[in-house]
Design a protein around this ligand. Structure first.
Ligand code: TXA
Ligand code: MG
Length: 348
């Protein structure tokens, strides 16, 4: 299959958008930018179309997809019940990086929800995405547009790497703004629960609806329970190299990483370091990459996945990363880094 690349980095190209809508309505696959990461879209109400997403990504079929909408009223077409708290959150944060789980109506096929009776819904805050959802029929299932197990794509070139030749079209909308996937909230109980941390953090949610819990499996590395979002159970975001996070006071972290880089080099390894703008020049050896500035949290989240992809290309064999427990996005960033590291954390 030849994958069409539509450039909409400067502005939306009307003809290209109509063509993309046609592809979706005919059961095809179109990758598109959102404010979080690139999505791989298909008509969510067409089971055969959703099945193509699973095939293109190599995704386990019990891992449900998020349905993307562009109009508030469309929520009621697919959700059987919309709790009051969900309405308040939608009013405040949609369009935006927030996904909520609802009991589904029969119109949503089990092929889209991984066999669940619930459906995850989000309205992305990106003009290209919103326009595409409308022109594709209003209900677009879209996981991140990466091969299953690889870092989520934050640029069209990442999508092309993973999906080129396997999907009908990629819409290039430039680099994304946030870089980590949406916050997922389950509202089925009295207290909303965060199933996946993202840009909309616990404090922001609590300002609107009062107490909000966090799925305990996200915070503890030794937790025996299974995360409630099926996708959070799989090994995810994994770079090819063996990755370890080094956590502690800044000077100790720098010394601890430099020690480990030296012994890796002695063993003939090619080591990489995930540093920040503030610390990058403190590492004299190894392949050093700055993920962003500690003074600008979004620069860190935005570059996280591309740094992991760059290390894959350089074929480093081990990666040492600083920890990034920043005030607002720290939970979302560390959740992804800890998964990439397969939970290997050293405290210094
Ligand atoms: O920011 C995002 O959410 C991006 C962009 C493209 O919108 N999408 C995304 O989709 O991250 P994906 O498929 O990579 O992650 C969806 C997550 C998975 O962990 C999945 O298990 C969970 O959402 N999920 C979907 N439906 C669910 C449901 N009914 N109940 C619980 N978890 C659900
Ligand atoms: Mg994903």
């Amino acid at each position: 299959m030849k994958t069409i690349i539509e450039d909409m980095t400067e502005k939306i190209n009307k003809q290209g958008m109509e063509r993309a809508g046609e592809i979706l309505k005919n059961g095809g696959l179109v990758a598109f930018p959102t404010e979080t990461v690139y999505g791989l879209g298909a008509n969510a109400l067409d089971e055969t179309a959703s099945a193509k997403i699973y095939a293109a990504k190599g995704r386990p079929s019990d891992n449900p997809l998020i349905v993307h909408i562009a109009r508030m009223e469309d929520l009621y077409t697919i959700a059987r019940e919309v709790p009051e708290k969900a309405k308040l959150l939608a009013e405040k944060f949609w369009p935006g990086p927030l996904t909520m789980i609802f009991p589904k109506k029969p119109v949503v096929p089990y092929g889209t929800t991984g066999g669940l009776d619930t459906v995850a819904v989000r309205m992305p805050n990106h003009q290209v995405a919103l326009e595409l959802i409308r022109s594709g029929g209003g209900f677009i299932a879209a996981p991140s547009a990466n091969t299953s197990g690889r870092p989520s794509p934050t640029k069209a070139s990442h999508v092309e790497e993973d999906m080129g030749g396997r999907i009908d079209m990629i819409i290039d909308g430039g680099e994304v703004g946030i870089g980590v996937e949406s916050t997922i909230v389950d509202l089925s109980g009295d207290t909303p629960v965060i199933l996946r941390p993202g840009y909309i953090n616990q404090a922001m949610l609590e300002e609107v609806v009062g107490a909000v819990d966090v799925d305990p499996t996200l915070l503890r590395t030794d937790c025996k329970e299974r995360p409630k979002a099926p996708g959070m159970r799989y090994k995810h975001y994994a770079p090819k190299a063996d990755m370890t996070i080094v956590e502690g006071a800044q000077e100790k972290v720098i010394a601890g990483i430099n020690d480990r880089i030296r012994s890796a080099l002695e063993k003939g390894e090619l080591p990489g370091i995930i540093a920040s703008d503030e610390t990058a020049d403190r590492y004299p050896e190894g392949v050093v990459k700055s993920i962003g500035s500690r003074k600008d949290e979004l620069s860190i989240s935005r570059h996280l996945y591309s740094v992991l992809r760059e290390f894959d290309e350089l074929n480093v064999s081990v990666i040492y990363s600083e920890a990034f427990d920043t005030p607002n996005l720290g939970q979302a960033i560390m959740n992804r880094l800890i998964k990439a590291a397969g939970h290997q954390i050293i405290k210094v």
